[in-house]
Design a protein. Structure first.
Length: 371
């Protein structure tokens, strides 16, 4: 089942590369990507797809296609174009780190280390975390963290492994700890975002940006937490991160609808036409795969997670994938970007495509992605 889905996905990736050479997919509302330049937070997912396709197939076409884009990411970093945010890990883990891991290209390694330095520069000692958006001192976002940043921390853990410079590791751990304390609620649900006083570091309030309301649980945010804390456990072996990931995963699983694919927020009223977020389920599937790797064989939660993983992935393949839609540009349907903002409420999401394929190739061949 997984092999057929992977092969269909690779046909779509090849088609996109051939039809839109040198361009990146951006989100629309019309079941077609808007192909353009490298200036958003999402472009790394596209190169990540190419590297997954290459690792799975060995087809040099995918390797060359991804490598050809490295200079584009280098130029963006040099110009600091569209990088006043924390998503530097999303961009450079799936491009530069991936290329270095697979090919050993020293240029890619150097670029990834430079990107890690950019991310380090966003650390704010006053509140002990990485600022999510905007420049230092920004009146709205200067004291703000968001749960998505947990997936950017692997770039820092990786940089520490390459250089033995403790500042990378220490900043990643401080941010993970701050996220665990303030973004994860007692019942295993999560805030999307949290605000701190920029001057004295005092905690102010939890909130949301893309969720239903401040006290709700945005499903993609929950999925970032599931996978992000599991990855912090991978690098630190601190059991508090494994426990956090498990609690978030249990909450996610317990609140899924009958077809095992999440709506866009766990607290929104479900009616006819309420948007899903297939990308949230794909990210959570990757997080559960990571969890299962680190859990003890006799862990009482193992069967729950294995069953949920199978249910989610079978539903994504059978009910959401584009394997039977010739000419489709995305890999899975019914993702959502920013429903409250009416931005991509029901469409292909390139990060959903990436995590869907990452989960498939990990289950089929043990390929883990580039975090």
């Amino acid at each position: 089942m997984w092999q057929t889905a992977i092969e269909a996905a690779m046909k779509t990736i090849r088609q996109n590369i051939e039809q839109h050479p040198g361009l990146f997919p951006h989100i629309t509302e019309n079941q077609r990507y808007n192909w353009g330049g490298n200036g958003d937070w999402i472009e790394g997912f596209y190169t990540g797809l190419m590297w997954l396709a290459y690792e799975y197939s060995g087809d040099a076409f995918f390797k060359k296609s991804a490598s050809d884009l490295l200079s584009n990411f280098e130029d963006r970093l040099v110009r600091h174009h569209g990088l006043d945010h924390h998503d530097i890990g999303f961009l450079y883990s799936l491009s530069a780190v991936a290329e270095w891991q697979i090919t050993g290209n020293p240029q890619a390694k150097e670029l990834a280390l430079q990107a890690a330095d950019k991310l380090v520069a966003r650390y704010r000692p006053n509140f002990g975390a990485i600022q999510a958006w905007g420049q230092e001192g920004d009146p709205e976002n200067g004291g703000r963290i968001i749960i998505d940043c947990l997936l950017n921390l692997p770039l820092l853990y990786w940089a520490y492994e390459q250089t033995e410079d403790r500042r990378y590791y220490e900043i990643a751990v401080k941010h993970a700890n701050k996220s665990l304390r303030f973004l994860v609620r007692g019942d295993g649900s999560s805030y999307h975002t949290f605000y701190f006083d920029q001057e004295n570091g005092n905690a102010l309030r939890g909130g949301t940006h893309q969720g239903y309301q401040d006290g709700s649980t945005w499903t993609r945010g929950q999925s970032w937490g599931v996978y992000g804390f599991a990855l912090s456990y991978r690098y630190t072996k601190d059991p508090v991160y494994l426990d956090a990931s498990k609690r978030l995963a249990k909450y996610f699983i317990a609140h899924l609808p009958e077809d095992h694919v999440a709506y866009w927020d766990f607290d929104v009223q479900v009616e006819a036409g309420t948007p899903r977020d297939s990308s949230a389920s794909a990210i959570t599937a990757c997080g559960i795969l990571e969890l299962l790797e680190w859990m003890e064989p006799n862990d009482p939660d193992r069967e729950l997670f294995q069953t949920a993983l199978g249910n989610m992935m079978r539903s994504l393949v059978a009910n959401y994938s584009t394997k039977d839609l010739p000419g489709a540009e995305g890999l899975i349907q019914h993702g959502s970007y920013h429903v409250r903002g009416n931005r991509g409420p029901d469409d292909y999401m390139i990060w959903g495509d990436y995590y869907y394929l990452e989960a498939l190739v990990r289950m089929e061949k043990g390929i883990k992605g580039y975090w």
